[in-house]
Design a protein around this ligand. Structure first.
Ligand code: PLP
Length: 421
């Protein structure tokens, strides 16, 4: 009854479906909004139902339980959230997690076995890179990486190298793991080229996963470009209010089911309160992201013309023709997270950051409020200097995530802070 997904054969848009999809008020005393289900376990209608549900949980039957069993496996608020998340990416299924990193770690652990090789784009979110290099290596899993902007030929060469490495280790190339745009340079990965290279070199058994935190779900739909699994830190744009930590993955059921099995075993599912908060956030995600994107465009136009600004890493102003080509094929908007390069170094950046009156000095992104930080001395402090240079993280780089404040107020704030430099 509540689940109208089409009217006269016309599919409803995600922004419409966020208000009711996956929830039937009749099942909850008519409560318009879903209650928060604070329960660890669920009563079975009959013993036979209990058996059937456990067949789904244990994998005797694929696809998970068709009824609720125990809150480590799933629960109503999380199921509503997962139904709604899958809509944005056009995915068959989604899984929620207690953080973006839990989602990423459980995903990688599901697909990697001893001797296997993970191929990944670089840079990745530092903790993702660390999980692959530091933790998975303990189990004999190695990696090969390639720079975000790589061409088809470069990707072919990397896959060939990874296959040789895997054969030498008695394993396989188990996953291609991407992040696009990369942080902090906003370099984009050519997902279509990765897909073509994967199909040619490895066949369809090696999934392509992509961290879509920076542009998703509004401005980039990587499943449309041939990725198999999208990954999110819901902490960022989807949560959108800097008041929760959560993560998700989405894709075809055949890719989700093994991950669900490991999540059932390990835990790491999002808690019911956070799932409820995320459903509230999803009702406004399109509004918030549109506004933040419009604000970022106005702010960047101002910044680009300012004499104390050396450059901008903003997807709305790409100069490189190859990057522009990827952008035009993959992106539906330029986002609201970008890098600001000042003339000068750390001292100038610190003066700018310490002078901001509206924008808050904090790491993270995608919230309603504008945030600014200095990667070289904060998020990337422990990265060796050569790697920082290779990633384009100089002392004069400031990372900015634009929120939904008034654009002219933000411009006034950046103007006075630049004046103080
Ligand atoms: C924040 C972030 C993560 C990690 O997410 P958490 O929710 O903090 O665990 C992963 N990838 C990207 C791109 C991020 O920005």
């Amino acid at each position: 009854m509540s689940d109208v997904t089409k009217i006269n054969g016309r599919p409803l848009k995600p922004s419409t479906l966020m208000m009711g999809h996956g929830y039937d008020p009749v099942l909850s005393e008519g409560s318009l909004k879903a209650p928060i289900f604070l329960t660890s376990t669920f009563a079975f209608p009959s013993a036979a139902d209990g058996k059937r549900h456990f067949e789904g949980i244990t994998g005797k039957r694929p696809g998970g339980a068709d009824g609720l069993v125990y809150s480590r496996f799933n629960a109503p608020n999380q199921e509503i959230l997962e139904d709604r998340l899958s809509i944005w990416d056009g995915a068959e299924d989604a899984l929620s997690f207690s953080s973006g990193m839990t989602a990423i770690c459980v995903l990688l652990l599901t697909y990697a076995a001893q001797g296997d090789v993970i191929v990944h784009s670089g840079p990745l979110y530092a903790a993702s890179e660390g999980f692959i290099a530091k933790w998975l290596s303990k189990f004999g899993v190695t990696y090969v990486d390639f720079p975000a902007g790589a061409t088809r030929e470069q990707i072919d060469a990397v896959l060939a190298k990874a296959r040789t490495q895997a054969a030498g280790n008695g394993g396989k190339v188990c996953m291609i793991y991407l992040e696009s745009p990369g942080n902090p340079t906003n370099a984009l990965v050519d997902v279509e080229a990765v897909r073509a290279a994967r199909d040619a070199a490895l066949g369809a058994d090696c999934p392509i996963a992509i961290d879509n935190t920076f542009l998703g779900p509004l401005w980039q739909r990587p499943l449309d470009q041939g990725a198999d699994i999208v990954v999110y830190s819901l902490t960022k744009y989807v949560g959108g209010h800097s008041d929760l930590v959560a993560g998700s993955i989405a894709g075809a059921k055949k890719w989700m089911d093994p991950v669900r099995m490991l999540r059932n075993t390990m835990g790491g599912i999002c808690d019911p309160n956070t799932a409820w908060m995320l459903c509230r956030s999803l009702e406004t995600v399109e509004l918030r992201m549109q506004r933040a994107g419009e604000n970022a465009a106005k702010v960047c136009e101002f910044l680009a013309a300012h004499p104390k600004v050396e450059g901008l890493g903003y997807l709305g102003m790409i100069k490189d023709t190859r990057q522009k080509d990827i952008y035009d094929r993959h992106c539906l908007g330029a986002g609201s997270t970008f890098s600001l390069l000042l003339k000068g170094g750390e001292a100038e950046c610190f003066r700018f950051l310490d002078s901001l009156k509206i924008a808050k000095l904090a790491v993270s992104l995608g919230g309603t409020e504008t945030l600014a930080s200095h990667p070289a001395s904060m998020t990337h402090l422990s990265v060796p200097d050569e790697r920082k240079a290779a990633l384009g993280i100089g002392d004069n780089l400031i990372r900015i995530s634009i929120g939904i404040e008034d654009a002219d107020d933000l411009i006034a704030d950046f103007d006075q802070a630049l004046g103080a430099v």
